[in-house]
Design a protein around this ligand. Structure first.
Ligand code: PGA
Length: 245
């Protein structure tokens, strides 16, 4: 099971102390098999890598530039830089970035540039409310997968995070039956079109320490991408404990 903390644009230097209790939890033998990954803002990547040095918890960035070479792109950070500070993961295609101009094509380039640096990709997909209402969910998800992963053969380093846009930050989660079906469809496409042997698909969108009781029952889910509830270690730990116990 994966537990990925997406801090978004939250946190300053003192925020990294919140991981103390999560480090303790990760050393408990009960939680040996889980993977915990923190994705803080760029400014906290290096301090967090240092803080987590003696633990199995990994660090990832929340985005990267399409180009993995250095260049004149003011304000941008690329996969080479992310790798060089000790990160192992990068989130690509988050809906908040799709809203700001990340097309499937751009996302495809970002994934390719990150694979060149041997990073693990957390590839986000998800339909908007209108698309769900028009029964376009499958169509949208398939197109995001097929275009996002175009000409990519290295499926080993890619995890998919299914995050319905209408569920991010809203407190609303999909009903279990729909969610299970969507996750299974995503896995089917990954196997059929991209030869994933054992695709890992996470769920993200308003995961909290209450709804995790329902979400954990859905066996097709391989973990969670957690925004708001990952910023305080108590909530994050609650979610992990309730999923595993
Ligand atoms: P949320 O965010 O848990 O706050 O809904 C999830 C995400 O955007 O990855």
């Amino acid at each position: 099971m994966y537990f990925i903390a997406n801090w978004k644009m939250y946190g300053n230097l003192s925020s990294i102390n919140t991981v103390k209790n999560v480090i303790k939890l990760s050393k408990n033998s009960l939680f040996k098999k889980i993977k915990i990954i923190y994705c803080p803002p760029y400014t906290l990547l290096r301090p967090l890598v240092k803080k987590l040095r003696n633990s199995k918890i990994q660090v990832g960035a929340q985005d990267c530039h399409t180009n993995n070479e250095f260049g004149a792109f003011t304000g941008s950070v690329n996969s080479k830089m992310i790798k060089s500070v000790g990160c192992k993961y990068v989130i690509i295609g988050h809906s908040e970035n799709r809203l700001r101009g990340d097309t499937n094509n751009k996302i495809n380039l970002k994934i390719k540039s990150s694979l060149k640096e041997n990073l693990n990709i957390i590839f986000c997909i998800g339909e908007k409310l209108k698309e769900k209402k028009n029964k376009k969910t499958n169509l949208v998800l398939n197109s995001q997968i097929i275009n996002g992963l175009k000409k990519i053969k290295n499926s080993k380093n890619i995890i998919v995070a299914y995050e319905p846009v209408w569920s991010i930050g809203t407190g609303v989660i999909p009903n279990s039956k729909d969610l299970d079906q969507n996750i299974k469809n995503i896995k089917k496409t990954l196997k059929k079109k991209f030869k994933f042997k054992n695709p890992k698909v996470l769920y993200g969108g308003s995961v909290n320490s209450k709804n995790i009781i329902e979400l954990r029952k859905i066996r097709s889910i391989d973990g969670f991408l957690i925004g708001g509830s990952s910023q305080k270690s108590k909530n994050f730990i609650d979610i992990i404990k309730k999923t595993i116990n």
